[in-house]
Design a protein around this ligand. Structure first.
Ligand code: ACO
Length: 427
């Protein structure tokens, strides 16, 4: 392939460099285009635009490939555990046993959240959505950790990473305990990270808590599958906010808000709400398939389709197996899950979905597992956020270490030309 692309505008030719990634992805570098030609490119939704180069995650939507730092998601979810995968995503290499021990010890150092944070959470109504509360609490952490990280200082950066991993898990579970009216719980530094998640959520002062290893393993897998997904909406938000040199907590808080939307992380909640609605209205899955296909009906089958995976979502394949295991182990018999199975079977052979390459995505199955574990629907996106945290941290760190410029897209103005101001009596 040639090293440059030629763009011709009004018979003037501009030569633009071609950039090739390590997996042979090709991009035309237009970073000098406006300086050279006075024009910009327009790409709403950024379907054709790369915002950065990155060494963290590779995915191929056509082939259904997802890799973190060169390791396949199948290998990582099959053989790794969440904290070692987090280390890999953030620092670039799988940790040695000593590095992993050091990482876990340092995360434990930061699992105590300032008691004054409880006053902030008390200010929210019990009915507040956990994602809104999580975004606010993450941002509030800035107030208790006002010193911004010097990204060029390896030790400071490492501490900031461990602090974020430790505190975010605790405040994420507090959003649930608040809605339940339970006392806010403390991390137990003698237990593992994912086991702590379950304890932080469900342990009550009135009785001992028994962890279920099948559940912990399934959650660990789910967190790994969500750990990063290159430049998706929330990650791009974290990088964009961080590009103004806003701190890590502030940038991650913005990422939480971006993740909340139903077209992104909010989809797993939307899946369950859709299944509940189908159940409530008589359980006719086919009726909802027809609604999804009707162009005059805005309804979409939640949990189906993906912006980049156009053949299958590799995460969905792995998690479908884990979902089956969890349901079998817990002996769950739930009409909502029967509806999910029916929808999945029908959509996979339906011409509308097949021709548009709309397959169940990871959120279709993650919601099913969360429900089986007794995690309330409006906490689903918080679960996603816990899994995505290492990715957000890694992308923020990479963006700052690469000294990327502040993110500031251009636009094509389509509003009024210059007009004269008229006082209100003349309008
Ligand atoms: N149900 C019914 N039709 C759909 C669906 C769906 N879930 N998704 C896409 N389509 C149709 C569109 O109507 C369109 O049809 P047309 O070509 O006849 O106009 C075609 O498929 C292509 O759809 P786009 O919206 O152009 O696809 P895009 O890649 O932009 O959207 C998205 C991807 C947003 C995920 C979409 O599939 C969707 O809304 N899915 C439901 C929400 C969801 O599950 N989101 C989770 C994503 S995964 C994640 O964030 C981890």
């Amino acid at each position: 392939m040639s090293k440059t692309a030629i763009l011709e505008i009004d018979s003037e030719k501009f030569e633009l460099p071609i950039i090739k990634g390590s997996e042979n992805e090709v991009a035309i570098d237009i970073s000098k285009l406006r300086d050279l030609s006075g024009v910009i490119t327009l790409d709403p939704g950024y379907k054709n635009s790369g915002s950065c180069t990155s060494e963290i995650t590779f995915l191929d939507g056509e082939l259904g490939i997802l890799r973190y730092r060169g390791y396949s998601i199948e290998d990582l979810a099959g053989k790794g555990h969440f904290l070692e995968v987090s280390y890999l995503v953030i620092f670039g290499e799988l940790p040695t046993a000593a590095q992993l021990e050091h990482f876990e010890t340092n995360i434990r150092k930061y699992t105590l959240v300032n008691e004054e944070m409880k006053n902030i959470i008390d200010g929210f109504p019990k009915t507040a959505h956990p994602m809104g509360v999580l975004a606010a609490l993450t941002s509030a952490l800035t107030a208790f950790n006002p010193k911004s990280v010097n990204v060029e200082n390896e030790k400071e950066m490492y501490e900031a990473v461990c602090k974020t991993m430790g505190k975010f898990l605790v405040i994420a579970t507090w959003t649930y305990r608040k809605t339940m009216g339970y006392p806010l719980n403390y991390y137990d530094n003698t237990k593992g990270y994912v086991e702590n998640f379950m304890r932080l959520m469900f342990e009550l002062p009135t009785e001992p808590y028994k962890a279920n290893q099948v559940v912990i393993d399934a959650l660990d897998k789910l967190f790994i599958l969500h750990a990063d997904h290159e430049q998706n909406c929330s990650t791009s938000t974290v990088r964009m906010v961080g590009s103004s040199h806003a701190g890590l907590f502030a940038s991650i808080s913005a990422g939480v808000s971006a993740l909340w939307g139903p077209l992104h992380g909010g989809a797993n909640q939307a899946v369950l709400e859709m299944l509940e609605e189908i159940h409530r209205t008589g359980g006719d899955a086919d009726k909802y398939l027809d609604k999804a296909k009707d162009k005059n009906d805005p309804f979409r089958l939640m949990g189906f389709g993906h912006r980049v995976y156009k053949n299958f979502d590799p995460r969905a394949k792995i998690i479908k197996k884990a979902a089956d295991e969890v349901l079998a182990t817990l002996g769950v018999d739930d009409p909502i899950l029967a509806i999910a199975k029916k929808l999945e079977e029908s959509a996979l052979v339906d011409e509308y979905f097949v021709s548009r390459k709309l397959y169940p995505n990871v959120d279709f199955y993650s919601g099913i597992i969360y429900r089986a574990l007794g995690i309330p629907t409006d906490m689903f996106t918080v679960m996603f956020a816990i899994g995505r945290l290492p990715g957000w941290i890694a992308q923020w760190k990479e963006m700052r270490e690469n000294k990327e410029p502040i993110g500031r897209p251009r636009q094509i103005y389509t509003g009024h030309p210059l007009r004269d101001f008229k006082t209100s009596d003349k309008r």
